[in-house]
Design a protein around this ligand. Structure first.
Ligand code: HEC
Ligand code: HEC
Ligand code: HEC
Ligand code: HEC
Length: 347
C-alpha cells in the first residue's frame, strides 16, 4: 500500500522542484535567457546567462584616453615628422596627437614598463629595441584592419587594446604544435588529435586547424552538394579534413562565446540561405585573419627574440580569440576608433 503513494508523492516533489527552479524560488540569481534567432521550431537560439554577462562586462572595459585635446591644439600643432627625427609611419600626424598616442600605446601595451619598453630612453629616435620595430608594423596592421576590413570590424574598428589589454603579449595567440606531444609517436599517426587543446575548446579534435585555415587557405567546406555520389560535382571532404573543420568551428564558437546556431541552422550547416548574417561576418573574419597572419605577423619572425617564438621556431599568430576574448563583439562592441581617428587609416 505504501508504494501506492510513493509515486504520486515523488511526482509532486519533482514538479514542485521544477517549478521552484523555473521561478527562481530560493535562488536570488536572475534566470538564464534564450533568445530565438531563427525560424520557429528549428532550435536556433542564443543563450545568455546574466551572471556570465556581468563578469564579461567587468572584463571588457576600454580605458579612457589619457587626456583630451581641443580642436585648436590639433590645428595649431606642427606635424610629428617636422618635430622628430625618425617617424616613419606616424609622420603626418599633428605632434600633439602623436604624443597622446604614445601615452595611450604605453597604457595599452606596456603600462608597467612605460616608454622604455619600446625606446632607448637616451635617444627616442633610436631603433635598437625590437619592440619598437614590431610596434611600427602593428600600427600598419591596425590601419589595414580598420581601413580595408570594414566588412568585418564595421565602424567599431580595433586599436591596440582590442588585443593587448594592458599586456605586452596578447593573452590569446597560437603557435604551430603549441608545445604539445609530437603528433606522430609510438601510437602511430593521430592527425593531431586526442590532446585536449585549449585553442579548440579543450576537445580531442585536431589541435591545429589554424595553420591550414588561418595562415594557409585550405578549403573549410566539406559537405557534399548532392544526395548521391556522382561523377561530376563535389565529393565532400575527407574524414580528416572534416575533423579539422569542426576543430576550427569549435574555436570560433568558443572565441565568441556562442553556440553553432549563432551562425548556422544545424539541419544544414553548409546552407548559406538558412544561416544568420553573423556567418557572413565570420566568413570575412576568416579572410581577414589569414591576411593579418600572412602579411604582418608571420614576417615579423626574425624581429622577435628567441623566447617569443614557438616550439618549432614559428612567429606568434592571431586567431579569433585574439580580439574577441569570449564575446561576440570585442569589448562588447565599444567603439575603438571614436577617440583614436589616427588609428582608423593610414594618413
Ligand atoms: C609599444 C611601443 C612604444 C611605447 C611603449 C612608446 N613608444 Fe614612442 N615610438 C614607438 C614607435 C613605433 C615610434 C616610431 C613611430 C614611427 O616610425 O612613425 C615611436 C617614436 C617616438 C618618438 C619620436 C622619436 C624621434 O625623434 O624619431 C617619440 C618622441 C616617442 N616615441 C615618445 C614616446 C614616449 C614619451 C613614450 C612613453 C609615454 C613612448 N614613446 C612609448 C613605439 C612606442
Ligand atoms: C589583432 C591583434 C593585435 C593588435 C590590434 C595589435 N597587436 Fe601587438 N601583437 C599582437 C600579436 C599576436 C603579437 C605577438 C605576440 C608576441 O610578441 O609574442 C603582438 C606583439 C606586439 C609587441 C611585441 C611584444 C613583445 O614583448 O614581444 C608589441 C610591442 C606590440 N604588439 C605593440 C602593438 C601596438 C603598439 C599596437 C597598436 C598600434 C598593437 N600592438 C596592436 C596582436 C595585436
Ligand atoms: C561565428 C560563426 C560560426 C560559428 C559559431 C560556427 N560556424 Fe561553422 N561555419 C562558419 C562559416 C563562415 C563557414 C564557411 C567557411 C567557408 O566557406 O570558408 C562555416 C562552415 C561550417 C561547415 C562546413 C560547411 C560546408 O559547406 O561544408 C560545418 C560542417 C560547420 N561550419 C559546422 C559548425 C559547427 C558544428 C559549429 C559549432 C561547433 C559551427 N560550425 C560554428 C561560421 C560559423
Ligand atoms: C582584429 C580583431 C578581430 C579578429 C581577429 C576577429 N574579429 Fe570578429 N569582430 C571584430 C570586431 C571589432 C567586431 C565588431 C563589429 C561590429 O561592431 O559589428 C567583430 C564582429 C564579429 C562578428 C559579428 C558579431 C555580431 O553579433 O554581429 C562575428 C560573427 C565575428 N566577428 C566572427 C569572427 C571570427 C569567426 C573570427 C576568426 C576567424 C573573428 N571574428 C576574428 C574584430 C575581430
Amino acid at each position: 500500500m505504501k508504494n501506492l503513494f510513493a509515486i504520486p508523492l515523488a511526482v509532486t516533489a519533482v514538479t514542485l522542484l521544477v517549478l521552484a527552479m523555473m521561478f527562481g524560488v530560493g535562488w536570488d540569481r536572475p534566470p538564464v535567457a534564450a533568445e530565438q534567432i531563427g525560424f520557429r521550431g528549428v532550435g536556433m537560439e542564443t543563450v545568455s546567462n546574466p551572471r556570465v554577462t556581468a563578469q564579461l562586462e567587468a572584463l571588457n572595459q576600454m580605458p579612457p584616453p589619457p587626456y583630451e585635446l581641443t580642436a585648436e591644439e590639433i590645428r595649431d600643432s606642427p606635424l610629428a615628422g617636422e618635430v622628430y627625427e625618425n617617424v616613419q609611419v606616424l609622420g603626418d600626424l599633428p605632434e600633439v596627437q602623436f604624443t597622446r598616442l604614445m601615452a595611450a600605446i604605453t597604457e595599452w601595451v606596456a603600462p608597467e614598463e612605460g616608454c622604455g619598453y619600446c625606446h632607448n630612453l637616451e635617444n627616442l629616435a633610436d631603433d635598437s629595441v625590437y619592440t619598437k620595430i614590431v610596434s611600427r608594423r602593428m600600427i600598419q596592421m591596425t590601419w589595414n584592419i580598420n581601413e580595408n576590413w570594414g566588412n568585418h570590424v564595421q565602424e567599431t574598428g580595433v586599436n591596440c587594446y582590442t588585443c593587448h589589454r594592458g599586456k605586452n603579449v596578447p593573452e590569446y595567440i597560437w603557435f604551430e604544435n603549441a608545445g604539445l606531444p609530437a603528433a606522430q609517436g609510438a601510437m602511430g599517426w593521430r592527425n593531431g588529435q586526442n590532446i585536449g587543446s585549449g585553442g579548440v575548446a579543450g576537445t580531442s579534435l585536431p589541435y591545429d586547424p589554424f595553420s591550414a585555415y588561418l595562415v594557409g587557405d585550405e578549403p573549410i567546406r566539406v559537405q557534399v552538394q548532392q544526395a548521391l555520389p556522382a561523377s561530376t560535382g563535389s565529393t565532400g571532404g575527407s574524414i580528416q579534413s572534416t575533423e579539422k573543420t569542426y576543430a576550427l568551428m569549435l574555436h570560433m564558437s568558443e572565441s565568441l562565446g556562442v553556440n553553432c546556431t549563432y551562425c548556422h541552422n544545424s539541419r544544414a550547416f553548409g546552407n548559406w540561405e538558412q544561416s544568420p548574417p553573423a556567418r557572413t561576418t565570420a566568413y570575412h573574419g576568416i579572410d581577414m585573419v589569414r591576411e593579418m597572419n600572412t602579411d604582418y605577423l608571420v614576417p615579423l619572425r626574425d624581429t622577435y627574440p628567441e623566447n617569443r617564438l614557438g616550439p618549432t621556431g614559428d612567429a606568434p599568430k592571431a586567431y579569433c580569440s585574439t580580439c574577441h576574448q569570449g564575446v561576440n563583439k570585442p569589448l562588447l562592441g565599444a567603439p575603438m576608433l571614436e577617440q583614436w581617428p589616427s588609428l582608423a587609416a593610414s594618413p
